[in-house]
Design a protein around this ligand. Structure first.
Ligand SMILES: [Ca+2]
Ligand SMILES: [Ca+2]
Length: 548
């Protein structure tokens, strides 16, 4: 559908340009075509101050003049708008994005500024034609016998490279991560064949170069221990490894994806059509992790039989799907630079569009890869510019908190008593290797044991009994106030009448002291809710009020 509407718009542009382009050249305003996801939103157009020239009802698009570039930018991230195209002869006639590019929402991420900047991607393949005018190659190596150059004699690696990194210019196509640094690791010959040794050496080279992402649009049917070990080593080194699931579905021989995609350290990417159906050729099974566009994709190419450098070809295969995922990972890596490869893996799986049966399934894995649709906050599940944004950023910067293992922050989740003491311990630089164990229910190996021992020794915390701390219980707001009062020596200067904090309660003094020291806040209805578990966002706010 998207491709059809794109073609329709191109046609309109060609026929309409003669009468309009010449008339409006030296104008600060922007003449563009806006395509809406549903119906044309006239109210929004009026808000933007758009002057409407043509309406294309059949494809829910309009050609308009917008007051300025800033309006175009803000419109480009409006959720009701599918895409905006410049109404210019050069763009429409020249560089074209593929349906796959739009399908993974690379256009949205790109308009937000995520283009893979600063991310190093090794393409372990047949080489890359570094003379292609639409590609930039940062470096590379050949692990092919009798060939020291990492140029491409097959076209396969050059096609993969274009899906990830075709330059955003006036020619050819545009990649998902055009600003990523591409490394050509040549392990496949001009016949498309390679050896285990070559692939392993290529991965080793990528590890040594400290790349961020490895793309392997190659498969083998054998479970090689060396290949398993080297991919695990790369993964443990923090590299995201993305690989093609394989094109052997029709053979009926395999009940899962092929190798190396099948290894746990590798993200297996299957292929879907423009209708989001699993491609007839795409392997699938229990190891399928994601799917991406893999049919009818135009990308850069090199034909070994000619001397032409600016070739393009339409191709299909999980080899094409894998780089769509790799490029998308580069965007996420740019947006969330402090997330680990494992956290990014979980983040991208969560963001995928579920296809087929609800939830993860063997055909589509976690679904269709999707890039960012909004400007990234500190963690993927946080929003920008809300009450907790600053406090969480502040205590993150001071290493008091980290995200969870799946990359989220979960602002509304509760925290355990052990976690609360750990944050306090980090904030106050307590001795985390203190071995004066006090509580029988705090394991000596617990991440919090040292901090709990130190905090107890200093009189900041008490047990719930003489020997029990209940480290895994959620901590209540009243109890957190008690800890903060003790740890920061807070004293009460005035009394505030929270309707739910009677003087008779054990936490009365602590809440008064913490509140009059501006360490804690109550609710608008004049309650403090001392018995409620504190949320991670609330605790971040309390801690940020106290740390310098
Ligand atoms: Ca281009
Ligand atoms: Ca599903």
């Amino acid at each position: 559908m998207k491709k059809l509407s794109f073609l329709a718009i191109s046609a309109v542009l060609f026929s309409g340009l003669a009468s309009t382009a010449a008339a409006e050249t030296d104008n600060a305003s922007e003449r563009v075509i806006i395509s809406f996801k549903e119906e044309i939103d006239y109210e929004l157009l009026e808000e933007m101050g758009a002057e409407i020239h043509e309406e294309f009802d059949a494809i829910s698009a309009v050609s308009v003049t917008l007051p300025d570039e800033a309006t175009v930018q803000s419109a480009s991230i409006d959720s009701s708008i599918e895409y905006i195209e410049e109404n210019s002869v050069v763009r429409a006639a020249a560089q074209a994005s593929t349906w796959g590019y739009r399908s993974v929402k690379a256009n949205t991420a790109s308009s937000l500024g995520y283009t893979g900047k600063g991310v190093k991607i090794a393409i372990i393949d047949s080489g890359i034609n570094s003379k292609h005018p639409d590609l930039k190659v940062a470096g590379g190596v050949s692990k092919i016998a009798n060939s020291s150059a990492y140029t491409d004699g097959l076209g396969h690696g050059t096609h993969v490279a274009g899906v990830i990194g075709a330059q955003n210019n006036s020619i050819g196509t545009v990649g998902v991560a055009p600003d990523a640094q591409l490394y050509s690791v040549k392990v496949l010959s001009t016949k498309g064949l390679g050896t285990l040794e070559g692939v392993v050496a290529g991965i080793q080279w990528a590890i040594d170069q400290k790349v961020d992402i490895i793309n392997m649009s190659l498969t083998t049917v054998t479970n090689d221990q060396t290949l398993r070990d080297i991919t695990k080593k790369a993964y443990d080194a923090g590299i995201l490894i993305v690989a093609a699931s394989g094109n052997e579905r029709e053979s009926g021989l395999y009940s899962d994806v092929l190798y190396p995609a099948r290894f746990p350290s590798v993200i297996a990417v299957g292929s879907v059509s423009q209708l989001n159906r699993l491609s007839y050729f795409s392997n699938y099974g229990p190891s399928q992790e994601l799917v991406a566009p893999g049919e009818n994709i135009l990308s850069s190419f090199v034909d070994g039989t000619t001397t032409s450098q600016n070739d393009y070809a339409i191709s299909e295969g999980t080899s094409v799907a894998s780089p769509f995922a790799a490029g998308t990972f580069a965007q996420y890596m740019e947006a969330y630079p402090h997330l680990s490869n494992k956290q990014l893996r979980e983040t991208v799986k969560r963001a995928a569009t579920d296809l087929g049966p609800k939830g993860r399934d063997n055909q589509f894995g976690n679904g269709l890869v999707q890039s960012l649709e909004t400007k990234a906050a500190l963690f993927p599940d946080l929003k920008n510019d809300v009450w907790y944004s600053e406090p969480i950023q502040k205590i993150f910067d001071r290493n008091i908190i980290t995200g969870l293992s799946d990359g989220t922050y979960r602002p509304n989740a509760t925290i355990t008593r052990a976690e609360a003491v750990t944050m306090l311990g980090r904030a106050l630089n307590l001795d985390k290797s203190n071995t004066k164990h006090r509580f029988s229910d705090v394991s000596k190996d617990s991440f919090a044991a040292g901090y709990i021992n130190s905090a107890f020794e200093l009189g900041y915390i008490k047990g719930v009994t003489a020997t029990k701390f209940r480290p895994n219980d959620p901590i209540k707001r009243g109890d957190m106030a008690m800890i903060l009062q003790a740890a920061y020596g807070l004293t009460s200067t005035q009394q505030t009448a929270f309707t739910d904090v009677p003087e008779s309660m054990y936490y009365y003094d602590a809440i008064q002291a913490a509140f009059s020291s501006n360490a804690v806040t109550g609710y608008k209805d004049n309650t403090f809710r001392p018995k409620n578990p504190i949320t991670r966002a609330e605790n971040a706010q309390f801690m940020s009020n106290l740390v310098k």
